[in-house]
Design a protein around this ligand. Sequence first.
Ligand SMILES: CC(C)(COP(=O)(O)OP(=O)(O)OC[C@H]1O[C@@H](n2cnc3c(N)ncnc32)[C@H](O)[C@@H]1OP(=O)(O)O)[C@@H](O)C(=O)NCCC(=O)NCCS
Length: 263
Amino acid sequence: MGAGRVSPQGPRQGGRGGARAALAPMLEFQKMRIATRYVVRPMRLADIAQVIEVERASFPSMWPPTAFKRELQQNRLAHYVVVSELHPERASTPPPGQQKQLRGIDRFVEEVRHMLSGQTDEETERELRSLPPVDERAEVILGFIGVWLLPDEAHIVTIAVRDSHRRQGIGELLLISAIKLAQRNGQGLVTLECRVSNEAALGLYEKYGFQQVGLRPRYYSDNHEDAYVLTVSSVITEKYRALFSGLRQEHEQRCGRFDVDTG
Ligand SMILES: CC(C)(COP(=O)(O)OP(=O)(O)OC[C@H]1O[C@@H](n2cnc3c(N)ncnc32)[C@H](O)[C@@H]1OP(=O)(O)O)[C@@H](O)C(=O)NCCC(=O)NCCS
């Protein structure tokens, strides 16, 4: 729920003090309307094309792409979260099959439409090809994370951030969302696999207290690279909550607050 992060605006110059004061609320309103907003929310079917776009750029050797449609519709254990950037001023040119921010019944109708459409991979590919340029989209997906809430652990199955938006705290925000999800579900153990050479991801996980508890030799089929198995053994202990709370505060101070839409 908190306030969205807004683009910095320079101070306005000139004008008579009184008139400017009278106009101030209106100008402020306009500023809020055109400001970029960042949102953390559950992934929707309409996000699939953009999510695959980010996945492809992040994992170039991965084929086929994750079956996101099946994950969202049929895998009850799977939870996907996206971070997106809203550009209300571009709302007149929404990407194909994409949203104005859908609410309530509109969103329900949109989801049912997709479910009934029996969309094939080919159609997803077509949608991907017809995505407008990133700088023309009303909503740009910046990153996503997938978590399977298994009976005895929360397993992070994927995480990626759009190349152009890396090192801005978005990966961290996604990981925070996944850990919060595990905590809400009372799952202490959070696990994942990570390429031994993936320094960026290893840095992120280490920051959030993940420890190497195993090695899966030749785990990845493209280059037979090994994977570390990383875990936090309990995200629901007081000790971990204290660490987590400190990291979240630090993140918020550095990156600002993000709107959270729980779907
Ligand atoms: C891993 C990934 C998700 C990180 O996303 P990001 O938004 O760039 O990360 P953040 O800006 O939130 O960084 C958070 C922490 O991660 C670590 N980190 C991120 N990028 C790093 C890099 N290039 N080198 C070293 N550490 C890095 C740092 O500890 C950083 O904390 P700091 O800012 O206090 O130093 C992103 O690099 C990515 O999408 N990579 C390709 C996909 C991938 O490899 N996924 C992981 C599969 S296991």
